[in-house]
Design a protein. Structure first.
Length: 439
């Protein structure tokens, strides 16, 4: 009798101590769970082995990337229903102890359940992780070599793939929706509005020198040079991004005003700059290096120069030492990436010498942006798989959809922090009127 789904549902509810909010559809075509709910599809027994040998988020991630688990129904609804069971923990909860192998499911009260799950899973050996899983260098975090490898893992997956997901703007950070007359009508409009907002906050003027830290495919430096007449330097650790950005700049006839370098922010020695933008880059810096990052940018600015730091933030924890990066994100998306509460970011910028003049939270804007990127990926799914791999496309679909929900639920946010290297005279060059970014 085909009853794997029924048995799995009963066992899962016994282990979790709560009803499953989604349906289970197993490899033997059996199905069980609440009618009308999205179905978690286990395509084979290997899916169950992923979950048994790495209980929790990492096991689910490996099964998803390998294509052994899928969702039938609305992906956002399924993730929303599963979030409390898999990802969300109370804000003050300590880091869970990751027991190895079956020990996580072999507590005395559920040993029988573990034995039954093992019999369902077939071969009693752990499956190999998917090829898309990052294997970071050993040793200290955020060295120059390790950071370059982490950036390459995420960004060097093909510019053609990113064109499908990001659209013509090639901006890989939160767009700014609902601005201007009638509001942004498209993702392209919203990304243009975001870039222009940053230029206005920085008070850019013709002839000034701008540094864009983590310049991606060159969109910020292109916009600033074309619309504001600045001379710009963009730095990235991705060779693929740099090559793409240089071609865009040459095609736009701006090669005499914009330079793209494959360079770490710690390697810049041709200061000073009038302004610095750092858009979606500081998440890669890490707690241990953030003070160094803030001090380095402060030193690169002229007195009176402005920094716009656009950065994803997490909610603060009662025990900050308990913070850990989600395993799926660390292994498959942003190796070694770390998030910090916005208060800590502001504090560290101030400790470096900056005067923080404005903080704008744009959390809801990122949820809208991510949903647009997911829609782009789904609309071009066959091409995305061809350009990368089925596993890589599945990574991006899951992480972007789950991130959209995290922004919507206020689990994470994103903030633009405007800071000034205020000179000794105290004249920051800011107008008295609030949010008038002109110098």
């Amino acid at each position: 009798m085909a009853d794997a789904a029924v048995r799995l549902t009963k066992l899962a509810e016994k282990v979790l101590g709560a009803p499953l909010p989604v349906r289970i559809r197993a490899w033997d075509r059996s199905e069980s769970g609440p009618p009308g709910a999205p179905a978690l599809v286990l395509r084979n027994r290997r899916a169950l082995r992923h979950l048994l040998f790495k209980p929790g988020e990492l096991g689910l991630a490996r099964a998803w990337v390998a294509g052994d688990i899928d969702v039938d129904g609305d992906l956002y609804e399924a993730l929303d229903l599963l979030a409390e069971l898999v990802w969300e923990r109370p804000a003050n909860a300590p880091k869970p102890r990751r027991a190895a192998g079956l020990r996580a499911l072999a507590r005395p009260e559920i040993r029988a359940a573990a034995r039954e799950l093992l019999s369902l899973a077939g071969a009693p050996v752990p499956p190999a992780p998917p090829a898309e899983e990052a294997r970071p260098r050993r040793g200290p975090l955020h060295t120059l070599l390790r950071d370059k490898a982490a950036i390459s893992h995420h960004y060097d997956v093909g510019n053609d793939f990113y064109e499908l997901v990001l659209g013509p703007s090639m901006v890989y950070s939160c767009a700014y929706w609902g601005t201007g007359e009638g509001g942004a009508a498209s993702l392209e409009d919203a990304q243009r509005d975001k870039l222009d907002l940053i230029c206005r906050k920085l008070g850019l003027k013709e002839g000034q020198r701008l540094l864009d830290v983590g310049c991606g495919w060159g969109s910020m430096v292109l916009h600033a040079a074309r619309e504001y007449g600045v001379r710009a330097v963009g730095i990235t650790l991705s060779e693929e991004q740099a090559g793409y950005a240089r071609k865009r700049i040459a095609d736009a006839g701006l090669a005499d005003r914009v330079e793209i370098r494959v360079q770490d922010y710690r390697e810049i020695h041709d200061e000073p700059f009038d302004a610095i933008s750092s858009i979606g880059m500081a998440e890669h810096v890490g707690r241990a290096r953030y003070a160094e990052y803030a001090s380095a940018l402060y030193a690169l600015l002229k007195p009176g120069g402005r920094l716009l730091n656009h950065q994803i933030a997490r909610r603060p924890l009662a025990d900050e030492e308990a913070y850990h990066v989600d395993e799926f994100i660390d292994r498959y998306v942003f190796p070694d990436g770390e998030l910090a509460p916005v208060g800590r970011t502001v504090g560290q910028l101030e400790e470096a010498g900056f005067e923080v003049r404005d903080v704008e939270a744009i959390r809801e804007h990122y949820a809208l942006t991510l949903r647009q990127w997911v829609a782009n990926l789904e609309a071009h799914w066959a091409a995305a798989v061809r350009l990368t791999s089925p596993g890589r496309a599945r990574v991006w679909r899951l992480y972007m959809a789950a991130s959209a929900l995290s922004f919507e639920r206020n689990r994470i946010g994103v903030n633009q922090v405007l800071a000034v290297r205020t000179p000794d005279s105290g004249a920051a060059g800011m107008r008295l009127r609030a949010r008038d970014w002109r110098g």
